[in-house]
Design a protein around this ligand. Structure first.
Ligand code: PEP
Ligand code: MG
Length: 575
């Protein structure tokens, strides 16, 4: 058994297909005919562009616009006059072969990127390397992996998978990914989750241990693989797989059903998304709305902030796809662990306690207004709601609302259509906000509790720090008290209260949130049906009593173990 990172859930049993790492070996040779060498370079660039165009179209059709954009960018690199011009100059002047000249010039570009720093440029460096590798392989006559030869039920094993690799795969035949590099947010992990196939990443030296056609079993839920399993292991995996698929089938029967407790209490299960491409998963899993659209993803991996039109199109797509169901769009939540290089945010000692989210937007008013205008305009096409992140005071809410009011005024003057009574809410993710939620509830239409941050700020445990990850717990009595307080304060003013942190989908806590009176649960699309199934097994009245009991408990350990037992008793631990 080999351990890795659980990057996408599910169990697969299949044959290994290795992504070869045929790197082009570049040797320096003196050439006689520079003209001929330049022609060779131009031909290799032309072929690469044709390939990239094909991959772009395939990706656009099979995966999505956002993923396809990368290949558009790759084609543009091959149109860069400086890269090719300098390479040709080197071929002519130094009489060097094309592959060598191209790689030398690329190195020069890369060292400039590296000197300039991180984030966006580091990603552009990866793109440049990827493209130059493609051209170099053509120049020295080395083929890449032929993904057309993938057989049915293949599990791809690779050092890493690039967007161009996954774009070339026949999705019907691939049943899992195992990679040496990458965590749970790597491209391979995200792709696997979109394709709903298991993935285990971070398996060191897997490439040295396998051959094409080897049998492999993998469990992406716990991050475990076994190469050439014995009969006993194979049997265990077969059983686990059957059980997993049975559960998945059972959960599919929840599609189209209401989320309703035994005693007829209705709650809403919605989904968290990052880009409009994630909407498909929400629709497939019958989400009742979008509880959190993390709009900052629209701002990442680019050179400048998206303009009003581009944002308007993205939000409009969400509104239209959800056909009148609520779509809560959070305004830009940059900072903390989310870097956007072109905003030039300062390097800070404590980025999570620093210049982030609403704090940035209230200073960069034009940036904020562009987003608010796009959001307002998109509200003409569906049920859009606006949510401000990282609120810690009344003044911040009032200031944000006043900028929103200015935007409405501008749009009215321009004759643009928007929802005049658009709902405005805030995230409750800072203890200060939770403690004044009685006052904040008078200012807004709804609250959404962000447990990911609320845990770290309440217990002073950095959510990114592995050394103290045992202390990062949603079962802390302080957190539960704060959440209860927020729900009650929201309800006292007749406002609805949701939750969009990871704890909203925690099967042990769902009964408690229900008992506390939470109105909306927002989670990843893959968790929706499971949460609906759980809630449909429960009674609101009984869970109110359980919530009260848990609120009287002294420690996280006591609470977690009690909730574990409760889940077993209610039979909700089985899904
Ligand atoms: C949260 O803090 O719970 C939340 C949903 O926001 P993010 O994870 O994007 O910080
Ligand atoms: Mg947050």
């Amino acid at each position: 058994m080999i351990k890795g990172i659980a990057a996408s859930p599910g169990i697969a049993i299949g044959e290994i297909f290795i992504k070869k790492e045929d790197e082009a070996v570049i040797e320096k040779t003196k050439i006689k005919d520079a003209e001929k060498e330049i022609k060779k370079l131009e031909e290799a660039v032309k072929q690469s562009k044709t390939e990239l165009r094909e991959i772009y179209e395939k990706t656009l059709k099979n995966i999505g616009k956002e993923e396809a954009k990368i290949f558009e960018a790759h084609q543009l690199i091959l149109e860069d006059p400086e890269l090719l011009g300098k390479t040709k100059e080197m071929i002519s002047k130094n009489k060097e072969n094309a592959a060598c000249a191209l790689n030398k010039i690329t190195e020069e570009f890369l060292s400039v990127f590296e000197a300039m720093g991180e984030g966006y440029l580091r990603e552009r460096a990866a793109d440049l390397k990827d493209v130059v590798e493609r051209v170099s392989r053509k120049l020295v006559g080395v083929g890449g992996t032929d993904f057309n030869s993938i057989k049915e039920r293949s599990i791809i094993v690779a050092r890493d998978l690039t967007p161009s690799d996954t774009a070339q795969m026949d999705k019907e035949k691939v049943i899992g990914f195992v990679t040496e590099t990458g965590g749970s947010t790597s491209h391979s992990a995200i792709m696997a989750r979109t394709m709903e196939i298991p993935a285990v990443t971070g398996v060191s030296n897997i490439m040295g241990q396998v051959e094409n056609g080897d049998l492999i079993v993998m469990d992406g839920t716990i991050g475990e693989i076994c190469i050439r399993p014995d009969k006993k292991t194979l049997d265990t995996y077969e059983k686990r797989k059957t059980k997993y698929e049975e559960t998945k089938r059972k959960l599919k029967t929840m599609i189209g059903k209401k989320t309703l407790t035994h005693d007829n209490h209705k709650v809403e299960i919605s989904s968290n998304i990052g880009t409009p491409e994630d909407l498909e998963g929400v629709v497939l899993n019958d989400g009742e709305g979008i509880g959190l659209f993390r709009s900052e993803f629209l701002y990442m991996n680019r050179r400048e902030a998206p303009g009003e039109e581009e944002q308007y199109e993205a939000y409009k797509k969400a509104a239209q796809t959800m056909e009148g169901k609520p779509v809560v769009i959070r305004t830009l939540d940059v900072g903390g662990d989310k870097e956007i290089s072109y905003l030039s945010l300062p390097k800070e000692m404590n980025p999570f306690l620093g210049y982030r989210a609403i704090r940035v937007c209230l200073r960069e008013v034009e940036l904020f207004k562009t987003q608010l205008r796009a959001l307002l305009r998109s509200s003409a096409h569906g049920n859009i709601k606006i949510m401000f992140p990282m609120i810690s005071s009344i003044e911040e809410v009032r200031r944000a609302k006043s900028i929103l009011k200015d935007c409405k005024e501008e749009l009215r003057k321009e004759g643009a259509r928007f929802d005049e009574s658009i709902e405005v809410g805030i995230m409750i993710e800072i203890p200060a906000a939770a403690l004044i939620s009685d006052m904040l509830s008078k200012e807004v239409d709804f609250f959404s509790i962000g447990t990911n941050d609320l845990i770290q700020y309440t217990t002073a445990v950095d959510r990114m720090n592995n050394t103290i990850s045992n202390l990062y717990t949603p079962y802390h009595p302080a957190l539960l008290r704060l959440i209860k307080m927020v729900i009650d304060n929201g309800h006292k003013e007749g406002k609805w209260v949701g939750m969009c942190g990871e704890s909203a989908g925690d099967f042990k806590l769902i009964p408690i949130w229900l008992g506390m009176g939470l109105d909306e649960f927002s989670m990843s699309a893959g968790s929706i049906l499971r949460a609906r199934w759980i809630i449909n097994q429960l009674s609101k009245e009984m869970m109110e009593k359980e919530a009260e009991k848990v609120l009287g408990m002294l420690s996280s350990e006591e609470i977690e173990s009690y909730l574990h037992e409760l889940a077993i008793k209610m039979g909700i631990d089985k899904v």
